[in-house]
Design a binder for this molecule. Structure first.
Ligand SMILES: Cc1cc2nc3c(=O)[nH]c(=O)nc-3n(C[C@H](O)[C@H](O)[C@H](O)COP(=O)(O)O)c2cc1C
Length: 312
């Protein structure tokens, strides 16, 4: 499961694996590196071991200060984590503009300096998740030799550049050129929405054995099972399985939220994607987006589940 801030926090991860199969692990949405005195319990709550018993997780951090990274590594080791992933891909302007996420890719010397320091201190296994660059896919050329100098656990690549955000196409030609240059295990991430998207990538990149699913699992939560060739998928129970997942997710989101409007907004965000499974997707989302309270959401969902059909 790809990290998706605002979507794949522990409530979603745990509910997902209770209802669907096919995933090996999740990288968590990023935790921002901060000075020691700013690390509060709240900051790490998505990583608490007691809420992460159902799916293996790899905590992800974002930042550019090696002392903060070293400190976070100590916290993670104390919490029992043996791996951490460094986010070098986030394209959000307020993140990238501060030389974090993909905003660090034009500064290879900063990346090297951070890696150099953290590898000299106690650390879990380190991996990175990167884009091809921030402004240009040529930036990856300066990054690869640095990554190759450190014993990284894996390199996950989302083959877009930062300024593209999530627009345009993934740049598979540059990705193809870069793959043989990287001497680490590689994970591919980007635009796998259907089984045939996956099969195309698997055929084109036989040297890649690990794939990350992000928006694809929100639009089709059965996708990991389809990719694994799970034979138990039969048309009759798909809708029922999906709807029992949605019901539980909604209740857990409400339980975990101290403010009703936040729980409703989060549910509406999920339904921007979930509604696409249904024939009347636009009308369904229109009904959900105007809901004002929890009881009303329960009624709207009940009506959708009883009256609406899945696509094909
Ligand atoms: C809403 C949203 C939040 C995301 N949050 C993160 C994040 O916290 N860390 C990260 O490395 N990538 C993040 N990503 C990028 C995804 O992990 C993934 O690489 C990207 O969406 C491409 O894969 P997909 O097409 O399968 O979604 C996010 C993407 C989206 C759409």
């Amino acid at each position: 499961m790809a990290p998706m801030l605002g979507f794949t926090e522990q409530v979603f991860r745990n509910t997902f694996v209770k209802h669907f199969g096919g995933l090996d692990a999740a990288i968590t949405p990023f935790i921002t590196l901060v000075e020691g005195k700013k690390i509060k319990e709240r900051h790490l709550k998505d990583l608490f071991p007691e809420v992460n018993q159902t799916l293996k997780i790899i905590p992800q951090v974002i930042g550019n200060k090696s002392d903060q990274f070293v400190l976070m590594n100590r916290y993670l080791l104390d919490m029992g984590y043996r791996e951490v992933n460094w986010n070098l891909g986030c394209p959000a302007p307020r993140v990238a503009g501060r030389k974090r996420g993909s905003g660090l890719l034009p500064y290879p010397e900063m990346i090297e300096s951070v890696l150099n320091t953290i590898f000299q201190q106690p650390h879990p296994e380190i991996s990175v998740k990167i884009r091809l660059g921030y402004q240009s896919p040529l930036e990856i050329n300066q990054i690869v030799p640095i990554l190759n100098r450190y014993p990284l656990q894996f390199v996950a690549i989302h083959p877009r550049i930062g300024t593209q955000l999530y627009e345009g196409k993934v740049d598979l030609d540059t990705f193809e050129r870069v793959v043989p240059q990287i001497n680490h295990r590689m994970i591919y991430s980007g635009d796998i929405f259907t089984l045939s998207d996956f099969e195309y990538l698997q055929q084109r990149f036989p040297e890649i054995h690990d794939f990350m699913l992000g928006r694809g699992i929100l639009r089709d939560p059965f996708l990991p099972e389809k990719i694994r060739g799970n034979a138990s998928l039969n048309d009759n129970n798909l809708k029922q399985r999906f709807e029992s997942f949605c019901t539980e997710l909604f209740h857990k989101v409400v339980e975990n939220s101290t403010f009703e409007p936040n729980a409703l907004n989060k549910t509406k965000e999920y339904w921007t994607q979930f509604s696409t499974l249904y024939q009347n997707s636009t009308s369904i989302f229109n009904r959900i987006k105007v809901v004002q309270n929890v009881l009303e959401m329960e009624n709207v969902l009940f009506n959708i589940f009883n009256n609406e059909s899945f696509k094909n």
